[in-house]
Write a protein that binds this ligand. Structure first.
Ligand code: AMP
Length: 149
């Protein structure tokens, strides 16, 4: 069996990703791996400079980043229990692209995702982020289904 030294878990603060996070934390503990907790701010490209003046958009982006940072810190306080070897990371962009590129950049050995996220498309096998990551990532991917999905 491979020895994982860096596990990246992508979270969107949904029940499904909370569940995937628990699996990633267990794996990181078991393999004494570093846990990278990634959240991607899904960038609303269409808003930029087109609908609102640039200055408002810059302020909005700052507020979004501050909000995401607070959510991440509170998530880690609540969920990363009994484990110190972790880092959290917030980036902006397309979730599937960022998940793949951050995993490559940080030399992760494994990506952990929920099968579904906040989009709530529970009739499909995979959500669109999960599907694209599974199809395009060179880094192995573990998808975790929440019971009842
Ligand atoms: P989806 O494919 O969007 O239904 O989401 C499937 C899984 O991908 C979620 O359970 C998360 O693990 C991950 N994910 C989705 N969106 C994001 C995001 N913005 N940032 C980080 N992870 C995400």
């Amino acid at each position: 069996m491979n020895n994982f030294s860096t596990v990246l878990v992508a979270i969107d603060f949904s029940d499904s990703s909370d569940n995937a996070f628990q699996m990633a934390l267990s794996l990181a503990k078991k393999f004494s791996a570093q846990l990278l907790i990634l959240h991607v701010i899904n960038e609303p490209v269409d808003l930029r400079g087109f609908y609102v003046p640039h200055i408002s958009f810059a302020r909005l982006e700052e507020e979004i980043e501050e909000g995401a940072q607070k959510m991440m810190e509170s998530f880690c306080r609540k969920n990363v229990v009994g484990f110190e070897n972790f880092e959290h990371l917030i980036v902006s962009g397309l979730p599937y692209e960022q998940i793949i590129s951050q995993a490559e950049e940080k030399s992760a050995d494994l990506i952990v995702l929920g099968t579904h996220g906040r989009t709530g498309l529970d009739h499909v096998l995979f959500g669109s982020t999960a599907e694209k990551v599974v199809r395009k990532s060179k880094v192995p991917v573990l998808t975790v289904r929440l019971e009842g999905e």
